[in-house]
Design a binder for this molecule. Structure first.
Ligand code: DX5
Ligand code: ZN
Length: 228
């Protein structure tokens, strides 16, 4: 029988106020976030630059929540040890960014870290089939990576469903994470499609309300008892 995993909300700090980062992370934790998602961008794999291990280390000091580090970086294998030392609990690499994906995932596991693989909207689910038995989590990008506050790509909903079917067969214990453009109006749809970890950036960190109020509103879109 298929196990139903509780839904985890993972706020991305990308649109948080970096001048008050520790408070912003604490606010998400108090609001019931399950993980904190950190978007590392190198200006080459994606057209934007964010931060590296130093900031991960600062967030590590601000929360006890698992730190979910999304590496939008070319050849991420160069930096795995540094991010684990900085306090990452999971490292997700893009299938498009590393030539030896299988080896890179094994290296993450060997560092006692959860191993994740991500795919861009244009990458088919088949691209990661051979590595699914190696991963703890799979990240289906629902926008083209690089920026927060982008619009959800509607055709990704059926892709989430397809990925979920492959995962049931090849890595039934792994988490299926989705990232990009998820708000009140579509969170229930991505969860119904099979996602159990939902990255939420601008839906949590925005000027309209506090992170806790935003997380409450997102949770209220989901069935009771399914959210951690
Ligand atoms: C996009 C990042 C996402 C993004 C999410 O490259 O990987 O984590 O910041 O932000 P929203 O939820 O605003 O799309
Ligand atoms: Zn991300």
């Amino acid at each position: 029988m298929k196990t139903v995993k509780p839904v985890i909300l993972a706020p991305s700090i990308l649109t948080a106020d970096f001048g008050h980062l520790a408070e912003q992370v604490a606010a998400a934790e108090q609001g019931g976030a399950g993980w904190i998602h950190l978007d590392v961008m190198d200006g080459t794999f994606v057209p934007n630059i964010t931060f590296g291990p130093l900031l991960v280390q600062a967030v590590r000091r601000a929360t006890l929540l698992p730190l979910d580090v999304h590496l939008m970086v070319e050849q991420p294998e160069r930096y795995l040890g540094e991010f684990v030392s900085a306090g990452a609990d999971s490292l997700t690499v893009h299938a498009e960014a590393t030539r030896h994906l299988h080896r890179t995932l094994q290296q993450i596991t060997a560092l006692n870290c959860r191993a994740g693989v991500a795919i861009n909207p244009a990458t088919p689910v088949e691209a990661v089939r051979e590595v699914l038995p190696l991963v703890d989590q799979v990240l289906v990008m629902t926008v083209n990576p690089g920026f927060g506050s982008q619009r959800f790509i509607e055709t990704m909903t059926s892709k989430i469903r397809r990925m979920g079917r492959w995962m049931d067969e090849l890595c039934p214990l792994a988490d299926l994470e989705v990232d990009g453009g998820i708000h009140l109006h579509n969170i229930a749809d991505v969860v119904a499609a099979g996602a159990n970890v939902v990255v939420v950036g601008s839906a949590v960190y925005n000027p309209q309300a506090t992170p806790a109020a935003n997380l409450d509103a997102l949770r209220s879109q989901l069935g009771k008892g399914t959210v951690s």
